[in-house]
Design a binder for this molecule. Sequence first.
Ligand SMILES: Cc1ncc(COP(=O)(O)O)c(C=O)c1O
Length: 394
Amino acid sequence: MGKYDFDRIIERKGSGAMKVDGLVDIFGRNDLEGMWIADMDFAVAPPIAKALADRMAHPIYGYNVIPAEYWDSVTGWLSRRHGWEVKREEITFIPGVVKGIAFAINYFTAKGDKVVIQPPVYHPFKMVVEGNHRTVVNNPLIHDGDSYHMDLEGLERIFAEEHPRMMILCNPHNPVGIQWSRETLQQVAALAARYGVIVVSDEIHGDLMLDRRPHIPFASVSDEAASVAITLGAPSKTFNIAGLVSSWCVIKDERLRKEFFNWLETNEFNAPTFTAIIGTMAAYNHCEDWLDEMLEYIEGNIEETRSLLQELAPEIKMVTPEASFLVWLDCRGLGLDHNRLIDMFVDKAHLALNDGAMFGAEGEGFMRMNIGCPRSLLRHAVQSLANALPLVEA
Ligand SMILES: Cc1ncc(COP(=O)(O)O)c(C=O)c1O
C-alpha cells in the first residue's frame, strides 16, 4: 500500500452527499450503489482536512481577505503541473465552473445568440445555455469505434453559417474522457479567431490525466487560442473538494478580460468563502503526492473495470478514458432500448449510474460510471451488473 488508503470504505449516508442522500430524488429509490455524480468516495488529503479544521477552531467566521498566497497557489500549480504561465491579473476566483460558464454566457452573449456544444457532453452545458434563453447549436463528436474525435469540418460549417457568438469546449471531455490533442485545439482556435467566436474552455478534469499524459490547456496552444479563450478550472474534482465551491477563471486577452472581470467584481461573483481559499491553498501547495497516488489507483480501477467487464459482461464495451475517474460504457451490445437499459441498471443491478442519453441523443445506449471509489465497491458493482444481465434477457 502507498501512503494513502484508497481502499478504505467511508460511509457517506447522512453526510448530505448528493451521491448517496440524493438517490431517492434522482433515481426514486435509495438501495443503489452510487456511481454517478462526479465526486469520489476517497477521503481528502490530510493537509486539506487539517487546514480547514485549524481555521474552524477559530471561533469567528467573519468576512475574509484573499491573501496573495492564494493566487500564488493557483498560478504556481498551473505552471508546475501544466507548464502554463498565468499572471496574477489574468486570473480571478469564480464560485463554480458551471456558474463561470453562466457568467460568461450572460456577459458576452445576448438572448437568442447561438452557443456551440459538442455532445455527448456534460449536460449542464445545454441546460445553462437554454436556461439563459440562448440557442444551442450541436456539433456532435464523431464516434469512431474505440474512441471519439472532434468534427472540425462540422465546426467550421457551423461557425460560417450559423454565426455563433460562443463555443463551450470540454477539455478533457466529459463523458468520453478525451484530452484533445494540441493540433485539434490549434484548429479550433484558428477557426474561432477567424469567425469571432469566444471559446469557454472547461478544464475542470485537466489535473486528472491518466498514464502520465500531459494536460494541454486550450489557451496555451497558440496566440489565437489565447485571444479567444476563457478558461475555467478548479481543484474540486482533482482533490475531491467540490463541496468547498472553489474555482478559477483565466483570461489572457486583455480586451476580453477587463470589463468581464470588472463585472464579476462589481457583482461580487468573484468573492470566495474562507473555506474555499483555505482548501484551495492546502490542495495546490501540499497535496500533489496524494493526487499522483490517487491517479495510480484510478488507473488500477480502470484496468479492473476493463477486465471484469470482459470476463462477466463482454457485451458492454468500455471507452478507455485518457483523463478522470468517469468511464463511458457502450451498452448497445445488450440490445436493450433506453427504458430497459435504465431498468436493468437501476431496478435489477441496483446501481446508480448516469444515463448516457442525458449527455445528448448521441449518448443513447451508453452509461457513465464513476469509478472513483474503493476497488472492492467497484468489483461489487460490476458483479451486480453481471448478475442482472440474465434477469433482463429472460
Ligand atoms: C466538465 C464539467 N464541468 C463542470 C462540472 C461542475 O463544476 P462545478 O461544480 O464547479 O460547477 C463538472 C462536474 O462534474 C464537469 O464534469
